[in-house]
Design a protein around this ligand. Structure first.
Ligand SMILES: Nc1ncnc2c1ncn2[C@@H]1O[C@H](COP(=O)(O)OP(=O)(O)OP(=O)(O)O)[C@@H](O)[C@H]1O
Length: 568
């Protein structure tokens, strides 16, 4: 059991301590995140210190403390670089550990029960003289957790001085959210969204200094979207985050509500697919994946782990994400930040709606039914490449099925007359799949889109023309087992392009125009009007961090353990 100082066992030593002065309160703090960079120690900033001292405003705060095992340490907090250094003193060799301010979730004058790095409840077990630092860290490739460092000060007032100054500093970190709304779909996934929030997310929020949050339980479909659109302006502009606790469908409501509201307030035309002037919402999005697929959260954080998502919201990490708008007859009809698919995948979703009573198994059942039916749709895909794509579709795309209206119209037009899209392909399709982000789902754990990123300014468009039932099963099996990257390696004839806009129109005279699967929701296609898809690069921000930038903490810390404070 951990040795914690209790009220009875500690006695306060006398000592004059600088009181928290007005002048020492920090103004707004800008944390420079230097992920992946080796952080230089700050020990050069001080030589010998007896007790808490603040060199200058924005200078270095220094104190000598004991660890729980009574080893003497020095803590330095450099307010210019926003770095903490914990040094073990009185040893021959120099042992220290450095943390950044943005890794500090909170400081407390008592300990919080942690289980596997997740705060268990909100009870703070107050102690005297001990300050508990709660730092977030990347536990392994995917998971983020909280670790505790306990430092026993010489006096209670010195501890309180540190507590006040650090809490005030954390409250003023500009990138941390101050005011968020949490939308919970009580029926999402297995109907446990509320409990998931209370057990895995709320404890982080309660610990975060300066974070205010309100919770809205949705009562119907589109409740969250309408709530955002109808919110009073003053409330809306004071918000800095919207968090969905549910599936991809609930998140899409938040996304649509916030984007529509922002464009409406800015007087932008959302209906025109060629308008590239959409305004970025002032809020960031957080997702707690409590739905059935949780594809967006799994793609952004590479895991649907609830505490990881909660950590990113609490510490205010940020990543920008591309968005795709879908238009029909010059009207905006949907917004997607995930994947849009037509053909086999669209039909599976449509069929699965009839079998909702089966729960998540319905997708497997409908996949089987759709594979037996083996739908093929004839239509025209038109697209414009992103400048990042180097392949030339002209040399790779098979010939259009004749007659092709687009080929004929291009023949009759002069070569210099502008086309809305640079390339087209009239074919019979088994799949047309467009990924805005890599699209990690329980069925495609390695990501469906071969080369796209979450905010790389491209859409990956894959067109799979008529294949046999057997080939389609192989195609889906490979995509699920190895991910899109391997699929592309195995089949170089796969027509995949990085595009910025595209459209699809089915040929008339087929029994069915087909259905789209847009972020897991059905979108009906019509014969009359093509659907147009337009990319808006990095239009929204998420509470998330590019995982590749941060190295996981080494698990061999036991070997390097020098004290209960320095174990990295
Ligand atoms: N209280 C509610 N009652 C009914 N429907 C709701 C409610 N709140 C949200 N919805 C709608 O339910 C749909 C599915 O919700 P959500 O995505 O949260 O869960 P899910 O279990 O992942 O769903 P799916 O079955 O689509 O995967 C959303 O499109 C949303 O609009």
């Amino acid at each position: 059991m951990k040795d914690r100082p209790s009220e009875e066992s500690t006695s306060e030593k006398s000592g004059k301590v600088t009181s928290a002065r007005e002048s020492s309160q920090p103004s707004e703090v800008e944390v420079l995140i230097r992920d992946g960079e080796a952080v230089r120690g700050i020990s050069h900033l001080t030589q010998s210190v007896e007790r808490t001292r603040l060199d200058t405003e924005g200078g270095v705060l220094v104190a000598e403390v004991d660890s729980l095992s009574h080893k003497r340490h020095r803590i330095l907090f450099d307010r210019n670089t926003n770095l903490f250094e914990f040094q073990l003193i009185g040893q021959e060799n120099h042992h220290s550990v450095v943390y950044r301010l943005d890794e500090l979730l909170c400081v407390q004058n008592g300990f919080v029960k942690l289980k596997g790095g997740v705060p268990q409840n909100n009870k703070i077990n107050t102690t005297i003289k001990t300050l508990y630092f709660y730092f977030v860290y990347r536990k392994n490739k995917h998971l983020w957790r909280v670790r505790e460092i306990a430092a026993i000060f010489d006096t209670n007032s010195e501890r309180d001085y540190w507590l006040n100054i650090l809490t005030a500093t954390l409250t003023k970190i500009r990138s941390r959210p101050k005011n968020i709304i949490v939308y919970i779909n009580p029926f999402g996934g297995k109907g446990k969204a509320k409990k998931i929030f209370q057990d895995n997310v709320e404890p982080f929020f309660r610990l975060t200094p300066g974070l205010k949050y309100s919770v809205l339980m949705t009562e119907r479909a589109n409740h969250a979207r309408d709530h955002i659109l109808e919110m009073e302006a003053e409330k809306w502009y004071h918000l800095d985050g919207l968090v969905s606790v549910g599936g991809d469908g609930l998140f899409n409501e938040l996304l649509s509500g916030a984007l529509l509201r922002t464009q409406r307030d800015a007087g932008r035309d959302v209906d025109n697919p060629n308008s590239d002037g959409l305004v970025t919402p002032h809020i960031r999005f957080g997702i707690i994946g409590a739905g059935s697929a949780n594809s967006i959260v799994s793609t952004v954080h590479e895991t649907s782990d609830y505490p990881t998502a909660a950590v990113h919201i609490a510490i205010g990490s940020e990543c920008n994400v591309d968005v795709c708008t879908v238009h029909q007859a010059n009207k905006l009809i949907r917004i997607s930040a995930n994947a849009i698919s037509y053909g086999w995948l669209g039909d599976v979703l449509r069929d699965s709606e009839t079998y909702r009573c089966l729960g998540p198994v319905r997708y497997q059942w409908s996949a089987l039914r759709t594979t037996i039916r083996h739908p093929i749709y004839r239509g025209t895909v038109k697209f414009t490449l992103s400048h990042k794509d180097t392949s030339d579709p002209q040399t790779k795309l098979p010939k259009c099925i004749e007659p092709c209206k687009e080929c004929e119209s291009r023949k009759t037009q002069s070569s210099d007359s502008p086309h809305q899209y640079d390339y087209h392909w009239h074919a019979e399709f088994t799949h047309v799949i467009c990924c805005v982000i890599p699209t990690v789902t329980p069925f495609t754990p390695h990501g469906l889109a071969p080369f796209t990123g979450i905010g790389d300014g491209t859409l990956d468009l894959a067109m799979v023309s008529r294949v046999s039932r057997c080939q389609n099963i192989q195609f889906m099996r490979r995509a699920a087992m190895y991910g899109g990257k391997e699929l592309y390696k195995l089949d170089r004839t796969l027509n995949v392009y990085r595009v910025i806009k595209w459209s699809y129109q089915p040929d008339e005279g087929q029994p069915d125009p087909g259905t789209w699967n847009l972020d897991g929701e059905i979108l009906e296609q019509t014969f009359e009007e093509p659907l147009q898809f337009a990319l808006h690069p990095q239009l929204i921000s998420f509470f998330g961090r590019d995982a590749a930038q941060i190295k996981p903490t080494k698990s061999s810390f036991i070997k390097k353990r020098k004290s209960s404070i320095i174990y990295q």
